[in-house]
Design a protein around this ligand. Structure first.
Ligand code: ADP
Ligand code: MG
Ligand code: MG
Length: 252
């Protein structure tokens, strides 16, 4: 089992405190959803987990198993099994999507354990077809204008190829039409196993009709203010964040 453990995490961006004591544990085998109003710190949490330099941890800790993330580079975090969707390498020139994925897989493996090219192509074809993606997309250059929906599908393809232990999926549903949402959900559901955990960040309950989470957390004002099961997302959809603020007596 792999565990991502966040303990009393405080994070500042540009000198302003955004996360104000987040506690959260995600184990492989579990799908967690974080919901919450705009600007509450959800993306700050995902960027901090992946080590974006703009996000400064002022106190608290993030661990993957017994390793402290603050002592790990972005590459080491990826090798430890973390994956962040939205980390789109648009700056890479002249690399095809397939080449990028093979490099990403190999970067996570030892030098004497690099993926066999035939195995890679076979897996890529299989997963690409599973996500109803054309062969042409795999051969396209990374900076060659994927549409919003194609990007999201492609991130899920990358995730399936890389097979991380814990995936952080920040708004994989935003801007998707219903068909693309179904494809993206099919990919995440296919990954579900005892060796895979996910932290899905979303504004809307709709995604959670397709990927039923084991846990739902509500983030407000830089903290997780409530945790429940899938029913919590339905309640939020019905009553809004205002209902929860009233229930908890929050003025944030
Ligand atoms: P959410 O994802 O919940 O909508 P964010 O984590 O993106 O919220 O943003 C939380 C707050 O932090 C916002 O007030 C936002 O303006 C601020 N913030 C996030 N990233 C940056 C940044 N790189 N520079 C300055 N402010 C930022
Ligand atoms: Mg605190
Ligand atoms: Mg966000």
């Amino acid at each position: 089992m792999t565990t991502l453990k966040i303990v009393d995490l405080h994070v500042s961006v540009a000198e302003k405190e955004i996360l104000k004591g987040v506690n959260l544990t995600v184990n492989t085998g579990e799908i967690h959803a974080i919901m919450g109003p705009n600007g509450t710190g959800k993306s700050t949490l995902s960027q901090t987990i992946m080590g974006h330099p703009a996000y400064q941890v002022t106190s608290g800790h993030i661990y993957i198993d017994d390793q402290n993330l603050s002592e790990m580079t972005v590459d080491q975090r990826a090798r430890a099994g973390l994956f962040l969707a939205m980390q789109y390498p648009s700056e890479i020139q002249g690399v095809t999507n397939a080449e990028f994925m093979r490099a990403a897989i190999n970067a996570r493996r030892a030098d004497d354990d690099q993926i066999n090219i035939m195995t890679f192509i076979q897996q890529l074809d299989e997963k690409r077809e599973f996500l109803s993606m054309t062969e042409e997309m795999a051969e396209r250059y990374l900076n060659e204008g994927f549409s919003g929906g194609e990007k999201k599908r492609n991130e899920i393809l990358q995730m399936m190829m890389i097979a991380p232990k814990i995936a952080i999926l920040d708004e994989i549903d935003s801007g998707l039409d219903i068909d693309a949402l179904k494809v993206v959900s099919r990919g995440v559901n296919h990954m579900r196993s005892n060796d895979f955990g996910a932290l899905m960040i979303t504004h809307y309950q709709r995604l959670l009709d397709y990927i039923i989470p084991d846990f739902v957390h509500v983030m407000m004002g830089g903290k997780i203010v409530k945790t429940g099961g899938a029913e919590l997302a339905k309640k939020l959809e019905a009553e809004g964040y205002k209902g929860l603020r009233d229930e908890l007596g929050l003025d944030i």
